[in-house]
Design a binder for this molecule. Structure first.
Ligand code: FPP
Ligand code: MG
Ligand code: MG
Length: 327
């Protein structure tokens, strides 16, 4: 049951999300040429959870949520995210995103990379009109995103470093933007500095947990739910957490799965289906879930340092959402 203040927060956030939606579509139209607007607006129009704008709006609740620029800050979070999806689908050969053709599938890799760059530039342009802290934050998160993605490509130095490498990669490629989204809202709304720091810490843990949940549902959820191809990580040889746990587990009952997953070229056809089926019943799934739950517990305990606003309860509820999501 929601209290009066929580209901008011819900109404305020839903109304702001509608404004974010309009502003996002307007950004795409600002590409000037209608064909360009189609390309840069393609994934925006397809939709998505709008998790990052939601986080910015919740961060803003710790200051004045009606402050000028809060909506734009939420738009910046989603633009950086969308830019990263344009690039990610090129790198992962993703053909479906948010239930529609990916940008690369529809217009080719070159267009997907350039339009991703445009979205990132647009985010920089918008953030330059916000409080002076916004652009450095946006730049730092973008740098970490690209760094994480590069480190994922380059891989660990030694097999023993696979897990620590993985956690480094996902904090950079996922948690950085989750954390940025929250902080951007807080700074734009003039929240106290210590609140921004606590939100950043919460966001880092939530972001790592979120990426682990992404790795899990890539294995468990059908494409129709995911809005993208199931088991894509396996197909292109990008190892998610359950895969890494299997690779590190030398018990003989894991032999067949380990052999399949050790193929650096990725898995297609029968071998892909077999690996997915074996992974689904592997105890590596439970072990990955435990590691995710540990992160969620750390995210929740960070929240204790925040004032007891309705937004704090919403952030706590987001931990439940990550723990139970199937899409
Ligand atoms: C999805 O991960 C991808 C990311 C979280 C970040 C991708 C970052 C880049 C491509 C760097 C470029 C960044 C900017 C700022 C333009 P995933 O492939 O594990 O998830 P998926 O299953 O959703 O594809
Ligand atoms: Mg990727
Ligand atoms: Mg991908």
């Amino acid at each position: 049951r929601l209290t009066m203040r929580e209901k008011a927060l819900e109404r305020r956030v839903l109304r702001s999300l509608e404004q974010v939606e309009e502003r996002l579509k307007e950004c795409a139209r600002e590409a000037d040429d209608p064909r360009l607007a189609d390309i840069v607006g393609h994934l925006i129009a397809a939709g998505g959870k709008r998790l990052r704008p939601l986080l910015t709006l919740l961060g803003a609740e710790f200051g004045d949520p009606r402050a000028a620029g809060v909506i734009e800050a939420a738009v910046v979070s989603e633009l950086v995210h969308t830019a990263s999806l344009h690039h990610d689908d090129v790198m992962d050969e993703g053909l479906v995103r948010h239930g529609v053709s990916s940008v690369n599938a529809r217009w080719g890799n070159t267009v997907a990379v350039r339009s991703g760059n445009w979205l990132l530039a647009k985010a920089a342009q918008l953030s330059a009109g916000l409080t002076s802290e916004a652009t450095p934050l946006q730049a730092e998160a973008s740098e970490r995103l690209v760094r994480g993605q590069l480190r994922e490509l380059v891989g660990p130095d030694l097999p023993e470093e696979r897990l620590s490498h993985y956690f480094g990669v996902i904090s950079d490629k996922s948690a950085s933007l989750i954390s940025l989204s929250l902080r951007l809202g807080a700074v734009q709304a003039g929240a106290p500095a210590h609140v921004g720091e606590v939100l950043a810490e919460y966001g880092e843990h939530l972001g790592v947990a979120f990426q682990i949940s992404d790795d899990l549902i890539d294995i468990t959820s059908p494409s129709a739910d995911l809005g993208k191809e199931q088991g894509k990580d396996l197909a292109v040889g990008v190892a998610g957490l359950p895969v890494l746990l299997v690779l590190d587990d030398v018990r003989p009952e894991n032999g067949e799965l380990r052999a399949l997953l050790s193929d650096p070229g990725g898995l297609r056809g029968e071998r892909h289906l077999r690996a997915l089926a074996l992974l689904q019943r592997s105890d590596a799934m439970d072990r990955a879930r435990t590691l995710m739950d540990e992160r969620l517990a750390r995210a929740r305990s960070a929240l204790a340092a925040l004032p007891s606003e309705p937004a704090r309860r919403a952030l706590d509820a987001l931990c439940d959402f990550v723990a139970t999501r199937t899409a």
